[in-house]
Design a protein around this ligand. Structure first.
Ligand code: NAI
Length: 310
């Protein structure tokens, strides 16, 4: 299986690095408007081949991407400190449209994974630009936010984050929500798990954990300029799920035909992924406040799409 990563910057190269270490894919192509950067990243990565399952790695312009099964788009400009993800929209929409069109002239019907921010709106842009069925356009969505939330809960409760079943839903951004009402550990609702724990936790613990998750990117950007390792691992998991037809449940973003009166709106909910991309979007239990929050989040994304079209 071959993956092309358009955008060989920090996020693109981290996805390639994580995928290489995990043995995802047989061939990786890195494409960037800065061809020398793409070539340099490919050379650097290939020098690790002796220590992993070796794979073919190329860098350059779109011709290196031919016959890809999956195309990951990370091309764009990163979020600046204090800037909301939606502010990036217009510049990155143009870049994603071009990346989709050029990729399609070298690969027939790949599955696209959109990572560039604002990822939900750009998932819609990629879907429109590609003309492909909606299952083949997958946004990285809240996969990273879900991992951040699980890490925060795990740190607090002294647990393995892989045993925490809690999901961040909606926009990958400020309006995202958590489905606390259905979060559990070993089938024990998180609220019960916390009630029976001997530690003396703050009454607003869940709100604090949520704020920590939601503001993580801003904090990291403040400290080191951008975020890339977490998303690198999250997208390598999306890739392994697709390549190995694993049917894993991940909170990716996809274009929902209809949600609470909104048509063709992209956002994240737990979704089963396999070889052809989205296999099934799961209908998770939500409290009425959570449903309201999710509708609000979907509405914000729909509005951004409307602004982009106007
Ligand atoms: P970066 O600046 O390191 O890399 C972006 C790369 O895109 C650069 O190498 C640039 O030359 C390339 N590029 C720009 N225009 C292009 C074009 N027309 N064609 C091909 N390549 C082009 O930025 P970084 O840190 O890698 O971030 C990339 C994107 O990923 C940003 O939009 C950022 O906000 C997003 N991101 C998304 C996350 C998520 O959870 N969805 C998490 C972290 C970052």
């Amino acid at each position: 299986m071959k993956v092309t990563i358009v955008g060989a910057g920090m996020v693109g190269s981290s996805i390639a690095y994580a995928s290489m270490i995990k043995g995802v894919a047989r061939e990786i192509a890195l494409v960037d408007i800065n061809r020398e950067l793409a070539k340099g990243q490919a050379m650097d990565l290939s020098h690790g081949n002796a220590y992993v399952r070796p794979m073919r790695i190329h860098g350059g312009d779109y011709d290196v991407s031919s016959d890809s099964d999956v195309v990951v788009i990370t091309a764009g400009r990163p979020q600046k400190g204090g800037e909301s993800r939606l502010q990036l929209l217009k510049d990155n929409a143009r870049i994603v449209k071009e990346a989709v069109a050029k990729s399609l002239s070298y690969s027939k019907e790949p599955v696209f994974i959109i990572v560039t921010n604002p990822v939900d709106v750009l998932t819609w842009v990629a879907w429109k630009a590609s003309g492909l069925p909606r299952n083949r356009i997958v946004g990285s969505g809240t996969t990273l936010d879900t991992a951040r939330l699980r890490q925060s809960i795990a740190d607090h409760c002294q647990l393995d984050p892989r045993n925490v079943h809690a999901y961040v839903l909606g926009e990958h951004g400020d309006s995202e929500i958590v489905n606390w009402s259905h979060a559990d550990i070993a089938g024990i609702p998180l609220t019960d798990f916390c009630r029976n724990c001997r530690r003396d936790c703050e009454a607003d613990l869940f709100q604090k954990l949520f704020e920590e998750t939601k503001n993580a990117a801003y904090k990291i950007i403040e400290k080191k300029g951008s975020t890339f390792y977490g998303i690198g691992l999250a997208v390598s998991k999306v890739l392994s799920t697709i390549f190995n037809n694993q049917h894993s449940v991940l909170t990716v973003s996809s274009v929902h035909p209809e949600f609470e009166g909104l048509k063709d709106v992209p956002f994240s909910v737990p979704t089963i992924l396999g070889r052809e991309g989205v296999e099934r979007i799961l209908k998770v239990g939500l409290s009425s406040a959570e449903l309201k929050g999710l509708s609000n989040s979907a509405g914000i994304i729909a509005n951004a799409i409307k602004n982009l079209r106007d």
